[in-house]
Design a protein around this ligand. Structure first.
Ligand code: GAP
Length: 513
């Protein structure tokens, strides 16, 4: 299925089954803000748990933090966000729509590359070339669209490096890039637009001052560096991790929860000895990729992507991209932030943010490796990867289509659905007993309404990995069936063994080791 078909299906599935609702929907919603519904909040919490376990619980030298969203405004001056946290924007004068100029160019490049690939495949079919054949590779690099894409790309990298807004507009005009909404090419100049939301603290006009909603959680970690160092008995290298909301007044907010104005980040700053950043960058880059693989995102849908333009604070940066239905896009950033942030906070606060290294017998400002993953993007990646439509056998020996969310069992909202075959003969009572036995460890759901086949389909749709069915044989020998969501196979087990069986299937050790 292509993007146009699959993505709207995933979005409406989220609403229909209670994963995600548009925010303030009864007032027609608010652009690029969403509410996580009853199942969405469970999936989100399970992703957070997986991240917290991997980063904090399993690393002796990483501790957690939950800092305030509102911070002293000088934090954002020091970090460079007041002056440099901008996106280049451009307005279309006819449609009155506003776009990110760099995104318009990137999308144009994606189109050229897609055309080049299509052309190559057409030619390869005619000539009988395989993809690893040198003629295929040569044609892929040298066809008209590929050459054009390369030339535009080189110019684009240069204007990004030079912060050349006029140059960016020139690329749009020269390549006749049109407004996606109206097709018009009547463009304004490119201007910088600061992404931070401003609000006011204090009640009186003269006593109040401007504060910002944090655009990243990272700064809460930097300003607490000394506090944590003094109180946690950590030595370098050590990390501070936190999960929390961040806010950005995104110019274009599209693709559902991929780019929102209010979102959540899971960030870790790892404080290291200056000079060791290459080695730690490689370490965390590999560790973070392992995390996504362990949670079930497949290798072929993940890739590293080196930044074309480094942020003002970084000396190296790579993204982990996921192949969403709309292409490979950033899910996580791994940044070598040098001593930029701690130095700036020292300078602006006048407080020392240093570490005394006993082995070296000297003070220094540590360097930092940051891992920063979007919780909402991880959520979306899992949903897109898990959503499948496939044929399944029916009770009468036929076939029907089923929608199934093949989420990692540890991420699934409900772990076990408890389903009495009929609403009589004592089956509901046994079901309730099983629910009470499992509810301390797992979020379970109990359902006795509708035919059993329909109930299985509903659990498939929401990704429940195990369905426990109480049937007539249960009344005779105290056994139940446990159905696996993915294979649809049923196994008969003793009720007394159920807890241990489920525990073995849902062991974090299997996933994280
Ligand atoms: N502290 C570094 C930092 O904030 P970033 O690359 O700007 O780096 C990190 O953001 C991650 O946060 C991204 O990889 C992405 O997953 C997520 N993110 C950023 N902006 C977002 C938005 N508007 N909506 C959803 N997620 C976003």
């Amino acid at each position: 299925m292509n993007y146009d078909e699959i993505f709207p299906k995933i979005v409406s599935h989220c609403k229909e089954y209670g994963f995600i609702f548009p925010s303030s929907e009864i007032y027609d919603g608010l652009g690029a803000t969403y509410d996580y519904a009853q199942l969405g909040v469970e999936l989100k919490n399970n992703i957070k748990t997986a991240w917290w376990k991997t980063m904090v619980q399993m690393n002796e030298n990483v501790v957690g933090l939950d800092s305030a969203i509102l911070m002293h405004p000088t934090v954002w001056k020091a970090s460079g966000h007041v002056d440099a946290f901008n996106d280049p924007m451009i307005d279309n004068k006819d449609s009155k729509k506003r776009y990110r100029a760099d995104v318009l160019i990137e999308e144009y490049l994606d189109k050229l590359n897609a055309k080049s690939l299509k052309e190559t495949e057409k030619r390869a079919k005619k000539e009988g070339w395989e993809a690893d054949n040198e003629n295929y590779q040569g044609f892929l690099k040298n066809n008209r669209d590929a050459k054009k894409a390369q030339a535009v790309y080189e110019k684009f990298v240069k204007v990004l490096e030079d912060n050349d807004l006029e140059g960016m507009r020139d690329i749009i005009v020269e390549n006749e890039i049109a407004c996606p909404e109206s097709g018009s090419r009547n463009w304004s100049d490119v201007r910088q637009f600061n992404l931070m939301f401003k609000t006011q603290l204090g009640a009186t006009a003269d006593g109040s001052f401007d504060v910002y909603l944090r655009p990243e959680t990272a700064q809460g970690i930097f300003v607490n560096f000394s506090n944590v160092l003094k109180t946690s008995r950590q030595k370098i290298p050590f990390g501070i991790a936190q999960i929390g909301k961040a806010f950005r007044n995104e110019i274009i907010a599209r693709q559902f929860i991929f780019r929102m104005r209010e979102f959540e980040q899971m960030e870790m700053q790892y404080f290291i000895k200056p000079g060791t950043q290459k080695e730690w960058f490689a370490h965390w880059k590999a560790a973070r990729m392992r995390f996504h693989l362990a949670l079930g995102l497949p290798q072929e849908k993940l890739q590293y992507h080196e930044h074309e333009k480094l942020a003002h604070y970084a000396d190296a940066a790579e993204d982990i991209q996921f192949r969403f239905p709309f292409g490979f896009k950033e899910m996580e950033g791994i940044h070598s932030r040098t001593d930029f942030d701690l130095n700036k906070h020292q300078e602006f606060s006048g407080k020392k943010l240093q570490y005394f290294d006993v082995e070296e017998n000297k003070n220094y400002v540590p360097y930092v490796i940051e891992t920063s993953v979007g919780l909402d993007r991880t959520f979306l990646a899992h949903l897109c990867n898990a959503y499948q439509e496939e044929m399944a056998p029916t009770a009468d020996g036929g076939q029907e289509e089923r929608v199934v969310l093949k989420l990692h069992p540890l991420l699934a909202p409900y772990k076990v659905a408890i389903l009495p075959l009929v609403k009589k003969e004592g089956m509901p009572e046994i079901g309730r007993q099983i629910f009470d036995e499992l509810k301390y460890d797992y979020l379970c759901t109990y359902d006795e309404k509708d035919a059993i086949g329909r109930r299985y389909r509903r659990q498939d749709c929401i990704g429940t990995p195990f369905c426990v069915t109480i049937d007539t044989q249960t009344l005779e020998d105290n056994t139940v069936t446990i159905r696996d969501r993915d294979t649809m196979k049923q196994e008969r087990v003793a009720i007394s063994d159920l807890r241990a069986i489920v525990a073995a299937k849902l062991d974090w050790r299997n996933m994280l080791s």
